[in-house]
Design a protein. Structure first.
Length: 365
């Protein structure tokens, strides 16, 4: 069994090397499109180099040296900072400067070299501690920024196709969880553990590659949490005084109702907050305040609630003709895709569009 696992592990290393080497070539050609692809190119190149290194230094000739084996394993940890930089770039473009992740990778590299010179257990533990701390802080920061990113989308866009970053949070968390499980369950290392680690890595990165190519970059003017809180206090104290709030409610409410009910501006599938503010004749700050404080909703939810109402009206019309096409309903009601239409329709109506249609048919009978 051990011999089979060892043979399979060597074969999987070759497969993984070829996979990540080809991926790095792919992302090298498009690395200039965005910093996200540039960092992903570095990630795949780094990982491919790691598998090549394992194939060379963990061969039978070198495997007799435990010190060298540990040092080579520590070198793999230098990929953590660049992977975290890539994940953060997805949820907060431009946030992580190159000098930060390069300096982190350099520290890990120096610790690995020091272990090769002075093979002390304390140095090995310190290298793992630093590396996993960097990975954990990177994942935590990604989760925090993804929440703020999601709120920004809800406040400024009526659509989220290929802009949401939940896939990055899920795959990033899976990557870190994989590292933790491997470190706990397969210490000391086993060939079976190596096989499971490689296979899970290929699955996680394949999912990541699928989504990253579809992801649209949305640049946000980020501020620190302290600055954001201070800004909120300033807004409530000066811009949104009682007289301004009263004026916002008196002027925006009728104009907004006209835009939604008469002009049906929500039928524009690419509608943004700025577009609606221009149509209403106000600015985005006042409109956002009115939506959040007077109506208690976000721009995204407000627009899509009207789209669902329109979809219900269209379905009732189609029910009378006896023919229904949900793709046509989604497009005619202002949604960008059938998937987002189905998801939001269920959120508002608690039933799927098809179930709603079936209920309408039964009522008609």
């Amino acid at each position: 069994m051990i011999g089979i696992a060892e043979t399979l592990a060597h074969q999987l290393r070759g497969v993984a090397f070829a996979y990540f080497a080809l991926a790095s070539c792919r992302f090298f050609r498009i690395r200039k499109r965005s910093r996200r692809f540039h960092l992903l190119f570095l990630c795949t190149l780094w990982i491919a180099a790691g598998y090549l290194k394992d194939s060379v230094f963990l061969s039978e000739f070198f495997s007799s040296s435990e010190k060298l084996n540990v040092a080579m394993s520590l070198l793999d940890l230098t990929s953590f900072p660049v992977i975290c930089a890539f994940l953060l770039e997805v949820v907060r473009p431009g946030a992580v400067k190159d000098r930060l992740w390069i300096s982190e990778a350099t520290v890990i590299l120096l610790l690995a070299v020091l272990y090769l010179i002075f093979p002390l257990p304390a140095l090995e533990i310190a290298t793992y501690a630093v590396s996993y701390s960097i990975a954990l802080s990177g994942i935590a920061a990604m989760v925090v920024f993804s929440v703020r990113y999601g709120k920004y989308l809800s406040d400024n866009f009526s659509y989220k196709e290929n802009m949401e970053v939940r896939w990055a949070v899920v795959t990033g968390s899976a990557w870190f969880l994989q590292l933790v499980i491997y470190a706990i369950a397969f210490t000391p290392a086993t060939w079976l553990g190596e096989c499971l680690f490689i296979v899970s890595s290929l699955v996680i990165w394949s999912i990541l590659f699928y989504f990253v190519k579809r992801q649209r970059t949305v640049r946000i003017q980020w501020t620190s949490p302290e600055a954001a809180d201070k800004g909120k206090e300033d807004d409530s104290a000066s811009e949104f005084s009682e007289s301004i709030v009263r004026n916002i409610e008196l002027t925006i409410a009728p104009r907004l109702a006209s835009c939604m009910q008469d002009d049906k501006i929500y039928l524009n599938p690419k509608l943004k907050l700025g577009d609606l503010a221009a149509a209403v004749g106000t600015n985005v700050k006042y409109l956002t305040y009115y939506l959040q404080h007077s109506l208690g909703t976000s721009f995204y939810d407000y627009i899509n609630s009207f789209r669902v109402e329109e979809a219900c009206r269209i379905i009732r019309e189609m029910e009378s003709s006896g023919r229904i096409n949900m793709t046509d309903v989604a497009i005619r009601s202002g949604f960008n895709s059938v998937s987002s239409f189905n998801r939001y329709f269920f959120k508002i109506m608690s039933v799927s569009p098809k179930a709603f249609y079936t209920d309408e048919v039964r009522k008609g009978k």
